[in-house]
Design a protein. Sequence first.
Length: 58
Amino acid sequence: MKKIYVTHEVKGDISRTVVKACSMRAELLKIGRLSKLTVIGRGNVRMLKEVTRKLAKV
């Protein structure tokens, strides 16, 4: 089973969510209504993007 590590930080209007799984890393940075999602690594990028977006809403 794969291990997924999640960190979520919020400071005022800025929120940062980092998800690490195997050799991939996704970072979602939100400032107000603007957001930027960056994925680094090789593998199932679509799944990691979807997981990151869902976890950022929680």
